[in-house]
Design a protein around this ligand. Structure first.
Ligand code: KIV
Ligand code: ZN
Length: 507
């Protein structure tokens, strides 16, 4: 485990195990493999690939991941039973993670075992793993609600049986940093093996508790990308890693520049989105709207950014809105090569604020249109992507299907997709092309009816993002929802490509 002198903390990733237990998350075998490859590239020390005894399919995926030759160590989860351990070992993993509850409530109601039975199962199962020459991490599940004398007995017996590391799960997330420090310090007096933590976020304290455990001497943390996991989730990988690097000045093996792309991949494959205000990977984590902030960050980023967005694979975003200031809007316009005079800029800011005051979100496309009318010239809308044709089919017995023909840099591409409805199908077909060609995907979709009735005008507001973390918003309003969606999407993609290419030219 960690060499304490260099303070290198091991990152044990459980996105593919506890993370997959997130209600609503579902991953295919291919998805799991894709995420495992990315996690290894990211540099996590251990990938908990799954729970082999849970199904034949799961066993096969864990085995395939173990065979993939990844740099990260591959781990399989196992209950403290011979059958589970054998299933894990058959997957040829580097590490078996054995768990059994030690709290009174879980021993009685979750597994119906007496403390004596828990103790002997602990010893027998760790010995069984070690007999196969495989490394074993042991977790006394619900450690934080266990009675200390019994917990100590189990941990000591586990060490004697050969466990290589002790993981301390805060299974229902009831710790605070102070109690975490006390617990880890106390366990360090009874075992010599490296200590790890596994914190759940039921009270939003998983990251703080994981860091507290490190302060108390834990040398490994269990984390999951985007904080996925049972109920409120596990400690978030990106938050723990960045706090360790930037606040504690500790090292991990993680290449932080891949954090954002990893987060996006996991969000898109699990179908669990990331809240906009989430630290490090949320859409707003490096976005600034209010005048004083945008002015500050454009003059000196350190004013309102604790870290450079590039460090985590992102870019800064200045947002136009009612709180926006002149310098922020000026910088935003300059990014897309628009240089208004001082008078024009004043007027643009005024109009942005008026829109914001009406409760309207000011999209990037709005800013462009507004500037265009103030400057008195139509700002030439570059069209890198143009829609050539779409065909949509839907019905009671027909799976909604869409085919799209579009041009990108003058070259024609065609894609077809199915979806839960016509809008879904058509947007998926467009994304299939733009994702493959330019790594652009839809990050938000909002539909609003502007007028009532069956011929209501539908307003669609979308956000599209690229792998560098650039996000662009656009809107379109039409009576036909499908066409409004397509128009907003194509609009957004064009804005993003223009921005992207301008950034590329500046380098
Ligand atoms: O939360 C928990 O206790 C777990 C165990 C399997 C370690 O996920
Ligand atoms: Zn857990």
């Amino acid at each position: 485990m960690t060499d304490k002198t260099s303070k290198r903390i091991r990152i044990f990733d459980t996105t593919l195990r506890d993370g997959e237990q997130t209600p609503g998350a579902s991953l295919t075998a291919d998805d799991k493999m894709e995420i495992a490859r990315q996690l290894s590239k990211l540099g996590v020390d251990t990938i908990e690939a799954g729970f082999p005894s849970s199904s034949e399919g799961e066993k096969k995926v864990v085995k395939d991941i173990a065979k993939e030759g990844l740099t990260s160590e591959i781990c399989a989860l196992s209950r403290a039973t011979k059958g589970d351990i054998d299933a894990a070992i058959e997957c040829d993993v580097d590490l078996v993670h054995v768990f059994i509850p030690t709290s009174p409530v879980q021993m009685k109601y979750a597994v119906n075992l007496t403390p004596e039975q828990v103790l002997s199962a602990t010893i027998e199962s760790i010995e069984h793993v070690k007999k196969h020459g495989v490394k074993c991490e042991f977790s006394p599940m619900d450690a934080t609600r266990s009675e200390m004398p019994f917990l100590k007995i189990v941990c000591q017996a586990a060490e004697k049986a050969g466990m290589d590391s002790l993981n301390v799960p805060d299974t229902v997330g009831i710790m605070i940093p102070k109690t975490t420090i006390k617990l880890i310090e106390e366990l360090r007096t009874v075992v010599k093996v490296p200590i790890s933590t596994h914190c759940h976020d039921d009270f939003g304290l998983a990251v703080a508790n994981s860091l507290a455990a490190v302060e108390a001497g834990a040398t490994q943390v269990h984390v999951a990308v985007n904080g996925l996991g049972e109920r409120a989730g596990n400690a978030s990988l990106e938050e723990v890693v960045m706090a360790l690097h930037e606040i504690y000045k500790y090292k991990t093996g993680v290449n932080t520049r891949l954090l954002y792309s990893t987060s996006r991949m996991v969000a898109s494959l699990t179908g669990i989105g990331v809240q906009a205000n989430k630290a490090i990977v949320g859409e707003n984590a490096f976005a600034h709207e209010s005048g004083i902030h945008t002015r500050g960050v454009t003059e000196k980023p350190l004013t309102f950014e604790p870290i450079k967005p590039e460090l985590v694979g992102r870019t800064r975003k200045l947002v136009a809105g009612k709180l926006a200031g002149t310098s922020g809007i000026k910088a935003e316009l300059e990014e897309i090569d628009i240089h208004p005079t001082e008078e024009q800029l004043k007027e643009i800011v005024q109009r942005v604020k008026e829109l914001g005051d009406k409760g309207k979100m000011v999209t990037d496309a709005d800013l462009l249109a507004l500037s265009s009318s103030v400057i008195g010239q139509v700002i030439r809308e570059e069209k890198i992507v143009d829609l050539a044709d779409i065909a949509v089919m839907t019905g009671i017995k027909v799976i909604p299907t869409a085919s799209v023909r579009l041009t990108l840099d003058g070259k024609e591409y065609i894609a077809a997709e199915t979806g839960v409805g016509p809008v879904d199908a058509v947007l998926k077909a467009i994304q299939k092309l733009t994702n493959n060609l330019e790594n652009i995907r839809l990050s938000e979709y909002r539909l609003e009816a502007i007028t009532g009735g069956s011929n209501a005008v539908a307003e669609v507001i979308i956000k599209v993002a690229d792998e560098k973390g650039n996000v662009v918003s656009a809107r379109a309003a039409r009576e036909d929802i499908v066409m409004a969606s397509v128009e907003a999407m194509i609009n957004g993609i064009n804005k993003l490509l223009i921005k992207n290419r301008k950034q590329g030219n500046k380098k």
